[in-house]
Design a protein around this ligand. Structure first.
Ligand code: DAH
Length: 338
């Protein structure tokens, strides 16, 4: 039995030393020390050995067991350390990999154009004013000399929120809101969202306008022309021609539409200007005395001009964009170009 014990010692210690991973170490442990393990069996059988051999056998068997247990513990620690090391090796950052560039956001082309327009007018002394997108019929129509039975109301395909309340169809109502709050003189530039029931390649139900208003003593149509020509040259370039065509708006008298020479063909005629050589970019006129009445301004003392332009159109012309919807689909591949 002694020989058998010594053989088991060597065998067990070798098995532990040879265990290549935690799994095979556990298999070895169960094989020698488990409930039906080799050593366990031997220890159990010590009582059957001749009486005089029992103490030595028992002692030796216990020593071997202790030696195997501590060998297993040592081996286990070594294997666990190796697992951690392997893990660390695997997780190590590869510093030679090329970096990933973070993508930067930037201003939407509409915001860029609004900023450019307001900057030009700020240079002429206009301050920026804003008003609500959801507007009363009073500000959107009545106070702008467009009563309920006025045919011009039909020109605006209006979104109604509830009776008397609309999504503003233009930025002009802010003229009235500003005049109510401010004694003349006033010079404001009003960027904002506007809404009409309309959708095709050049119309979106939500679009943008910039409104302008200047009221003071002695403001004439010449000032209107001067300001808008200066603006056109600053925005579209020095060689841009402008022309004014008589038009009708309820809130201005006289009224006009302003065209600029086509930015694409420079007046020769092309698809963008429908072979006219001119592009209509804004409506304007001298503030109607009726509008001054609503604002409590004395139309005997004060005169003023106003204008309103479509921002989306300006952005499209500036960047040769062929459909207004590109501006609202938020396709980053499109927006990144500006
Ligand atoms: N509000 C007009 C529109 O949406 C544009 C306009 C025309 C604004 C003449 C004005 C103006 O201030 O004087 O079509």
């Amino acid at each position: 039995m002694r020989d058998q014990l010594e053989a088991v010692r060597g065998e067990a210690l070798r098995a532990v030393a040879d265990a290549a991973d935690l799994q095979s170490l556990e298999t070895a442990r169960v094989h020698y020390l488990g409930r039906k393990g080799v050593l366990t069996n031997i220890l159990r059988n010590v009582s059957e050995a001749p009486e005089e051999e029992r103490p030595v056998l028992g002692k030796t068997a216990n020593e071997i067991k202790k030696a195997v247990v501590s060998a297993i513990e040592e081996r286990k620690q070594a294997l666990e350390a190796k697992v951690l090391e392997d893990q660390a090796e695997q997780d190590r950052a590869d510093l030679t990999l090329p970096g990933r560039r973070p993508s930067f956001g930037h201003k939407h082309p509409i915001s860029q154009v609004i900023e450019e327009i307001t900057d030009i007018f700020a240079g002429l002394g206009f301050r920026v004013a804003t008003g609500p997108d959801i507007e009363t019929e009073y500000y959107n129509f009545d106070s702008l000399n467009t009563p309920a039975d006025h045919p011009a109301r039909d020109l605006h395909d209006t979104f109604f929120v509830k009776p008397g309340v609309v999504l503003r169809t233009h930025t002009s109502p802010v003229q009235m809101r500003v005049m109510e709050q401010t004694a003349p003189p006033v010079a404001v530039i009003v960027p904002g969202r506007t809404f009409r029931v309309d959708a095709d390649a050049s119309h979106s139900p939500m679009f943008h306008q910039v409104e302008g208003l200047w009221v003071d003593k002695g403001v004439t149509f010449a000032e209107l022309k001067g300001a808008l020509m200066l603006f056109s040259h600053a925005f579209f370039g020095k060689d841009t021609e402008v022309r004014f065509r008589p038009h009708y708006f309820p809130f201005t008298e006289p009224s006009a539409e302003m065209d600029i020479s086509c930015t694409v063909c420079k007046g020769q005629g092309c698809r963008v200007c429908k072979h006219l050589g001119w592009l209509e970019i804004l409506g304007c006129g001298m503030v109607h005395p009726e509008v001054f009445k609503y604002a409590n301004y004395d139309s005997e003392t004060y005169t003023g001009f106003a204008f309103g332009m479509g921002v989306d159109r300006m952005a499209m012309l500036k960047h040769s964009i062929d459909s207004i919807h590109h501006l609202y689909e938020n396709d980053v591949r499109f927006l990144e170009q500006f």
